[in-house]
Design a protein around this ligand. Structure first.
Ligand SMILES: Nc1nc2c(ncn2[C@@H]2O[C@H](COP(=O)(O)O[C@H]3[C@@H](O)[C@H](n4cnc5c(=O)[nH]c(N)nc54)O[C@@H]3COP(=O)(O)O)[C@@H](O)[C@H]2O)c(=O)[nH]1
Length: 828
């Protein structure tokens, strides 16, 4: 309470009463701010003097009575009003009561009543004010709550309802207040749709804390909102039940989020379960939590079993460090996810190559809760890649390193030995009788032998030694870090012994042997290709020395290797710079007439002069240059034939030599027929000479090629006959026309009885087989007579002519005269 005196405005139209009242008030210590006799004056003085209390006569002058004037004043400012009245009708009193005055003072005033009325009015006004403020605060609080609140009395009638509840229920406060709660609230169970029991009744009986119950609330407009409701009794300080408060929470948004979450989980579940790739949830410690069917099938386990497995334990031990490192980086957040390829070993011991994508699902603190693992079986692709690598670097027949891989491994071994100051040996191994096996027992037998040889070679050397196949029947063994030649010789002896054991193929026992050439790093060469060339050279020496043995490369041969390489380079240049030329040697019939010519290759070397084929043919053959050189020979012969034919010598026939390499060329028939066609020549004017060994290298294929050539009208002669291992009975099955007896048999004819007997047998059997037989290398008339007497069809040799250029042969044989000027020689 303030110490200041209370300021009172008196509104009284009877001046004496007003003055008396003022006097009394001041005697009690109050301050009278003014005396108004009319309503207007009351308002004016109220505004100008600001009293704390108004004593208002009900009947006053002016447009308004005291009740109405008091109402106006309280609209301007809330002050306590005490009505002054001598009497009043019921209606006036009712109106006065409606303005909630703080007191009535009946005229005539009793002095004690005046003071008591004023003090009571002031206290009551202060209490009313506080109550109003408290109600205002309470109401504001309820309005500020984000949930709907409905309060009822003990009979369940609505006493108040906050705006949120108004919105939820669809009724204003005015509409709701006073109604039974059951009439305005339609709450139903979410699932069943049945009405929930009256929450207010429940709350009245409740003793514990109210529970949040979900329900569906239907508003007046029919809209349905999911809510959570809780009801609690309102209990007064004295423990008396005052009513109930019902709280309604709108959970539509939460339900929407729950629905979205459920949908997202459903989608994840679908994507997880029906994904075309393996999916698994793996705990942070590596245990499988869940896996889809694809993952289960990929790992070859049953769905229930997988839960007991550790993903980490399935990882191949060789790939485990990589996986651990990636997982650690995922854990420490330095990687958001990772993708790697690794091997998994399934419980049934299969190795599966998997493309693995892993991402971590973390909790609120950032710790890994589990991993989402995607697994794709890439075993097929990996094995295809491995297959490609295998094809590129390994020999399909034996599984050994191929030439490319040997070269790589050899270079690596050389680098290794160079660093360690060690020696290395390269062994070039060639089987001694492989062609015979292939030709007599077929390719399957040959393949079986090669596989067996590969196995034996591997078995005879150390794990660290390298075994490879260069092609055909050529193998290489590399011995890194070998001590000395004795050690190498020991290994060679082991290899040779290993080869001596027979190999079984079907019902056949195949006996084989090998020749080995050895080169050493760093003594013989320091690069891989030089070491192989040197070992190859040494292997040739081993063959020359009788096969089934080994020979160390000698640095003395280095010069020869160099010469060979220089020769190959020179041959290439010779071809490019047209240094080759052809000489022709006639072949005569029994009457001495020229039957045909043999074309013989010569090399007009810029420094060395005319070089015979024996000097370069082996190099040309070995380097493959013989193929383009042979094509040049064929073309030159055909071109020359065209010239002679055009000059009138239309019967001239020429024989061309074919090397083994040319004969193996799959384009041979096409090349021959194309060249003949290019020069418009009949195939009958060309004969092809082949050695026995060329044919016997691949007899079946040779037969097919010869058949085709013969069908096309070409004549075929077997050259150097008698030096190879073919039998006449075998040759009988080949589509050939002629045999040329090797000139080595001519040397000591007719005196040497053995040679004579051989030549005689060849001539006799050839005639019996219907083959033309040619004696070559005839140097004297005794030899010619001997052959003629035996019935040899054709003769060739220095006795008649040396090979000579086309121009010389033309004039020698009078080809020009025959063509244009008459002929002295018959060329058929
Ligand atoms: N693939 C090809 N091989 C060819 C070609 N040209 C020749 N050759 C082969 O080279 C070898 C050597 O041939 P060449 O030095 O020309 O010797 C031939 C004759 O000069 C020689 N000959 C002929 N008569 C006699 C004689 O009375 N005595 C004697 N000592 N030598 C003589 O014989 C060779 C012809 O032999 P052949 O071919 O077996 O009929 C040789 O093997 C040629 O085949 C070619 O273009 N391509």
């Amino acid at each position: 309470m303030s110490d200041k005196p209370t300021r009172v405005l008196i509104v009284e139209d009877e001046a004496i009463i007003a003055m008396d009242l003022a006097q009394r008030l001041e005697s009690y210590g109050y301050v009278v701010t003014g005396i108004a006799a009319s309503s207007d004056q009351a308002i004016e003085l109220f505004d100008s003097t600001g009293p704390d209390l108004v004593m208002m006569d009900i009947v006053i002058r002016g447009g308004m009575d005291g009740v109405e004037t008091a109402a106006r004043l309280r609209e301007r400012r809330d002050v306590p009003v005490i009505y002054l009245t001598a009497f009043s009708d019921d209606e006036t009193l009712r109106r006065a009561r409606a303005t909630a005055p703080q007191g009535y003072l009946l005229k005539p005033f009793r002095p004690d009543d005046i003071r008591a009325s004023i003090e009571v009015a002031l206290v009551k006004h202060a209490m009313d004010s506080r109550l109003r403020q408290s109600e205002e605060w309470f109401s504001r609080t309820l309005c500020s709550i984000g949930e709907g609140v409905v309060a009822t009395d003990t009979a369940g009638r609505v006493r108040m309802i906050n705006p949120i509840a108004e919105g939820l229920i669809g009724l204003s406060d005015a509409e709701a207040v006073g109604q039974p709660i059951g009439a305005i609230l339609d709450l139903r169970h979410e699932r069943s749709g049945l009405p929930v029991p009256d929450p207010v009744v429940g709350a009245m009986l409740m003793s514990g804390l109210p529970a949040q119950c979900p329900a569906l609330l239907t508003t007046r407009s029919g809209a349905v909102t999911p809510v959570e409701y809780a009801a609690a009794p309102i209990i007064a300080a004295d423990g008396e039940l005052m009513g109930c408060v019902l709280v309604l929470r709108d959970i539509a948004r939460r339900r929407e989020m729950e629905r979205a979450l459920a949908e997202s989980e459903r989608r994840f579940h679908s994507a997880f379960e029906y994904a075309a790739i393996g999916m698994a949830l793996v705990a942070a410690d590596g245990r499988f939590l869940q896996a889809n069917d694809v993952a289960v099938a990929m790992l070859g386990v049953h769905g229930e079993v997988i839960a007991g497995l550790s993903f980490l334990h399935l990882c191949h031990e060789g790939d485990r460090p990589m996986l651990d490192e990636y997982l650690a980086r995922l854990m420490d957040n330095s990687l958001p996810s990772f993708q790697i390829e690794l091997r998994l070993v399934t419980p049934d011991s299969r190795v599966v190559w998997a493309l693995l994508s892993v991402s971590a699902v973390r909790d609120d603190r950032g710790s890994t809760r589990y991993y989402i693992v995607q697994l794709q079986d890439v075993t097929a692709r990996r094995s295809a890649e491995e297959q490609l690598v295998f094809v590129a670097y390994y020999d399909a027949l034996t599984g050994l390193s191929n030439r490319t891989q040997i070269n790589r491994q050899l270079e690596q071994s050389i680098a290794f030995c160079r660093r360690r100051g060690e020696q290395l040996a390269v062994m070039f191994i060639d089987l001694d009788n492989f062609k015979l096996v292939n030709d007599s027992l077929g390719h399957n037998a040959g393949d079986a032998l090669l596989r067996d040889v590969a196995r034996r070679l591997k078995g005879a050397v150390r794990e660290t030694d390298i075994v490879g196949r260069l092609g055909g029947d050529e193998f290489v063994v590399i011995l890194p870090g070998v001590e000395d030649d004795n050690a190498v010789a020991g290994v060679c002896s082991k290899l040779i012994a290993a080869m001596e054991l027979p190999c079984t193929f079907e019902e056949h026992l195949i006996q084989t042997s090998c020749s080995i050439g050895i080169s050493r790093f760093p003594n013989d060469a320091v690069t891989g290709d030089r070491l192989i060339v040197a070992a190859d050279d040494a292997m040739y020496r081993a063959k020359e020395l009788g096969k089934n043995g080994f020979v160390f490369y000698s640095s003395e041969w280095g010069r020869q290797i160099n010469q060979r390489m220089v020769l190959e380079a020179d041959l290439r240049r010779a071809l490019a710079e047209s240094q080759f030329e052809l000489h022709y040697q006639p072949i005569h019939d029994a009457d001495g007439g020229v039957h045909s010519l043999e074309a013989l290759l010569r090399w007009q070397h810029p420094e060395r002069g005319l070089v015979a084929p024996d000097v370069f043919m082996q190099s040309a053959e070995r380097s493959g240059l013989i193929v383009p050189i042979g094509a040049w020979v064929l073309r030159t012969v055909c071109s020359q034939l065209r010239v002679w034919h055009d000059a009138g010598a239309v019967d001239v026939k020429v024989a061309v030599n074919l090397s083994a390499r040319q004969f193996r060329d799959p384009d041979l028939v096409g090349l021959v027929m194309g060249t003949l066609a290019e020069f418009d020549l009949d195939p009958s004017c060309l004969a092809l000479e082949l050695t026995e060994s060329s044919i016997m290298q691949q007899p079946e294929r040779a037969r097919a090629t010869l058949d085709e050539l013969r069908r096309n009208g070409l004549r075929i002669a077997v050259d150097d006959f008698g030096t190879g291992y073919s039998s006449l009975s075998y040759l009988k099955r080949l589509p050939i026309h002629a045999l040329k007896i090797d000139r080595s048999f001519m040397t000591d004819l007719p005196d040497n009885r053995e040679s004579g007997a051989i030549v005689s047998a060849i001539v006799t059997m050839s005639r019996a087989l219907g083959l033309t037989v040619v004696g070559e290398g005839v140097e004297n008339s005794a030899q010619a007579r001997f052959l003629n007497d035996l019935g040899c069809d054709l003769l060739q040799g220095f006795l008649f002519e040396q090979p000579a250029p086309a121009m010389v042969i033309e004039s020698l044989l009078g080809l020009g005269r025959r063509a244009g000027m008459g002929s002295a020689v018959s060329v058929q």
